[in-house]
Design a protein around this ligand. Structure first.
Ligand code: FMN
Length: 364
């Protein structure tokens, strides 16, 4: 059988990954319990996928006010840390590695999910999308502009989430600074109209991310911290590209070189952006020369294109989302060049085992 780049081991700053296949973070909304905790079912799901070189969990809330979807687990209470311990044990018992994706949704939340309070955001600008509440989809609202005290509290929540992740047995954390959530809302001019030290220049718009990285450094080694960026997200998740989008992402990526992070996780555009001004159309190719550390690339890859992107030197690792959701044995299928199960979109976010832990593996 031919040598596949994806199947080669990788030394990620001393963390030995058995291959270069990463499970991308995916919200699955199975924590339908009052504690908002991961459960034995969550552990079974991730344990089934421990063939990955690295698993990145679904986004997990750093605080109550960070939340924005139903049935998503948090990482800010003891019960939640205990829930995650089930997950990290299941993955480690099978020789896998796992990072927790730590998350604040900012203005994409809704008062129904925040005990009636307004969502917090860099500026009072409605993303004009819909939030999924206990009563179904509802229009988002004008959020509350964060005070500097709100920002400092949020930084401290991320720091605590890092400490809690270590307590839960995670190998590290990924800061969710992509996909139109809180950090991304600070980065882009379209969503950040602040005039203080968190708005205006690229340095100011990126400040929150670097303050969170520096806070995490006080509770865990930075070579156990990754960051995710989606520089070309457009007309989705309440985000629009603007003349500041490329400069701010280039600034961030360049400055991340000053920190000894585990990795930078980038996504190719979620939608075609060839005709959109201010878009980077080939994200890995554009940012690879700017970043000296480990680069994970994601979005739309299969075994063949994943091998190619590594062989071409445009990325070190490849993250697979939907293919991993539907194929617990994705690594084996890539090894054997076997066909993949089709995903069942109807059960992406529904409670229970159906469409979660019941996808067949090869030979069954
Ligand atoms: C069901 C589902 C949930 C997702 N939840 C998250 C999430 O919590 N955090 C995140 O950064 N990305 C999330 N994503 C995006 C994926 O990480 C990934 O970027 C996307 O699926 C594209 O990769 P793919 O083409 O390999 O599926 C989600 C995607 C799906 C399909």
């Amino acid at each position: 059988m031919k040598q596949q780049a994806l199947l080669q081991p990788y030394d990620m700053k001393g963390l030995e990954l058995k291959n270069r296949i990463v499970m991308a973070p995916m919200t699955r909304s199975r924590s339908d319990n009052p504690a908002g905790a991961a459960t034995e079912l969550t552990a079974a799901y991730y344990g089934q996928r421990a063939g990955a070189g690295l698993i990145i969990t679904e986004g997990t809330y750093v605080s109550e006010e960070a939340s924005g979807y139903i049935n998503v687990p948090g990482i800010y209470t003891d019960a939640q840390v205990k829930g995650w311990q089930l997950v990290t044990k299941a993955v480690h018992d099978k020789g896998g590695k796992i990072f927790a994706q730590i998350w604040h949704v900012g203005r994409l939340s809704h008062p129904d999910l925040l005990n009636g309070k307004l969502p917090l955001a860099p500026s009072a600008l409605n993303p004009n999308i819909q939030a999924y509440t206990f009563d179904g989809f509802k229009d988002t609202v004008v959020p509350q502009e964060m005070t500097v005290a709100d920002i400092k509290r949020t930084i401290s929540d991320f720091k605590q989430a890092g400490a809690n992740a270590m307590k839960a047995g995670f190998d590290g954390v990924e800061i969710h600074s992509a996909n139109g959530y809180l950090f991304h809302q600070f980065f882009n001019l379209y969503s950040n109209h602040r005039t203080d030290e968190y708005g205006g220049s690229v340095e100011n718009r990126a400040r929150l991310l670097f303050e969170v990285i520096e806070a995490l450094a006080t509770v865990m080694p930075l070579n156990r911290v990754g960051a995710r960026l989606n520089p070309s997200l457009h007309n989705a998740q309440g985000m629009m590209l603007d003349e500041g989008s490329i400069p701010v992402h280039e600034y961030i990526v360049g400055r991340l070189n000053d920190y000894d992070l585990a990795y930078l996780h980038l996504t190719e555009p979620f939608t075609p952006v060839d005709d959109i001004p201010y878009a980077v159309t080939q994200v890995a190719k554009h940012f690879r020369p700017l970043y000296k550390g480990t680069l994970i690339i994601n979005k739309g890859f299969n075994g063949e294109t994943g091998n190619t992107v590594i062989a071409n030197g445009d990325a070190d690792l490849v993250a697979f989302g939907v293919p991993f959701l539907a194929n617990p044995d994705l690594v084996e299928r890539i090894r054997q060049e076997a066909p993949l199960n089709a995903p069942d979109f109807n059960t992406f976010y529904t409670p229970g085992a159906k469409g979660y832990t019941d996808y067949p593996v090869l030979g069954n």
